[in-house]
Design a protein around this ligand. Structure first.
Ligand code: URA
Length: 212
């Protein structure tokens, strides 16, 4: 696999992912596990943030200690399942700005069309982390990242929970400059573009909307 893609293979992540995939997992279990895994994915996605030093005093002595060097962040949720990764990312960086991109599939062209776009300004000076749990065909992820580039974003990372090989291929061809962080690369897509073995519809599982 290309260096552009990081699979977070930590045993805790893999264990939690197995629990979350099970069809018996309730909505609340699914939500909780996605949040927990999201913390690890965010940790990995942000591991190169620059550090500076500040002078502090511990109860023992004065010392110079590392702090984030002021790089501003924006987390962009691809609606609606991306919202499931927003909570853990904001736990990690509470001061980050938040954007949302709504994409729906055009049933004729099968390509994503944009129905909502609200993203904070100053994208060019920020670290922009695009969030979507499922990198399936890759079309939505490619489009969401392109939308960010079109408004000037330069430093972009893409975080997903699961990826299909087909989606990875499409994504890295379209955006070779955008790192992908995921918990798993699954086997394949099925004829309905669901990830196999996957977890089903991420939005339905997160919000409890199956059959709605
Ligand atoms: N979106 C989902 O929610 N699940 C899949 O398996 C593929 C796309």
């Amino acid at each position: 696999m290309t260096e552009q893609v990081t699979v977070v293979d930590h045993p805790l992540v893999q264990h939690k992912l197995t629990l979350l995939r099970r069809k018996e997992a309730s909505t609340s279990e699914f939500r909780k596990l996605l949040r927990e895994i999201g913390l690890f994915l965010g940790y990995e996605a942000l591991r190169d943030l620059p550090l500076g030093k500040i002078q502090i005093e511990t109860p023992v002595c004065p010392t110079e200690a590392p702090v984030l060097a002021g790089k501003k962040l924006t987390f962009i949720s691809v609606l609606r399942a991306g919202d499931g990764l927003l909570g853990p990312m904001l736990d990690l960086v509470p001061s980050a700005r938040v954007g949302q991109i709504g994409l729906a599939r055009d049933e004729e062209t099968l390509q994503p069309t944009k129905y909502f776009f609200k993203v904070p300004k100053d994208t060019s000076s920020r670290v922009n982390v695009v969030l979507d749990p499922m990198l399936a065909t890759g079309h939505s992820a490619v489009r969401a990242v392109q939308e960010m580039k079109d408004i000037g974003a330069k430093d972009i990372r893409f975080v997903c929970l699961l990826a299909a090989p087909e989606g990875i291929k499409t994504f890295v061809e379209a955006h070779p400059d955008v790192p992908v962080i995921t918990a798993s690369i699954d086997e394949r897509l099925d004829e309905n573009a669901y990830i196999v073995p996957g977890l089903g519809d991420a939005g339905d599982r997160l919000f409890g909307t199956k059959g709605a």
